[in-house]
Design a binder for this molecule. Structure first.
Ligand code: SAM
Ligand code: ZN
Length: 202
């Protein structure tokens, strides 16, 4: 059996201001592809509780520290959170989120140089009623050549009729699967390039 994977010690990044938004995580040493950089920790709450705490429609700009764990639970890093909560989103990320056995880890997608800002792709879940307004609320400022303009997941290619349905307003909370690539990793491990986080809309 391969040795159990552990999180890098000491933590290989610091939190400081980011040109993208607020603060971000910055590598303090070279980090090797595949290293687990940090666990995303925080208070484990139900989706119902996250709906009570946060309402996207009352935010002028989206900002939470929520991370989807599974269909029932969300991690709210606003409480009991660590530095992982400051890692920003990029559409061309150098990290990914790995969800395994009820834990979320941020892992290096490629070799990362000391001094680089760390990013993973949040890929917030869309639902069939996601609108252009949502796109604006979740605007992406990663600035990469591959930027898709939003921190929402890339729209799935749909037939024309389905597109019309997607443009309709008024929908319920997007409580989605753990991540786009859920279940595609090693046995017993859910991989997510997604850091799919909670969206709450009423
Ligand atoms: C978990 S926080 C990340 C840390 C955040 N920069 C801070 O200082 O609190 C997630 C929030 O950061 C912002 N954010 C992260 N990446 C972004 C990006 N590429 N473009 C725009 N806003 C981003 C969004 O407001 C998002 O809701
Ligand atoms: Zn982007």
């Amino acid at each position: 059996m391969p040795p159990r994977k552990t999180v890098a010690e000491p933590q290989p990044f610091v939190v400081k201001r980011s040109r993208i938004q607020g603060r971000g995580g910055w590598a303090t040493r070279d980090i090797k592809k595949g290293e687990w950089i940090v666990e995303y920790v925080g208070e484990k709450i139900t989706w119902a509780e996250s709906d009570r705490r946060y309402d996207d429609e009352k935010m002028s700009r989206h900002h939470t520290f929520l991370f989807t764990l599974d269909k029932r639970y969300v991690i709210d890093a606003a409480n009991e959170g660590n530095d992982a909560r400051y890692i920003n989103h990029s559409c061309d990320p150098n990290c990914e989120a790995v969800i395994t056995k009820g834990h979320i880890y941020i892992a290096a997608l490629r070799n990362i140089k000391k001094g680089e800002e760390l990013f993973y792709d949040y890929s917030y879940a869309r639902d069939k009623n996601t609108t252009e307004e949502d796109e604006k609320l979740y605007v992406c400022r990663c600035g990469s050549a591959k930027c898709r303009g939003t921190i929402l997941e890339a729209p799935k290619k749909r037939k024309k009729r389905a597109h019309h349905a997607a443009a309709r307003r008024g929908h319920t909370a997007g409580r989605k699967k753990v991540g786009k690539k859920a279940g595609s990793g090693a046995k017993g491990k859910k991989r997510s390039s997604a850091g799919t986080k909670a969206r709450t809309r009423r």
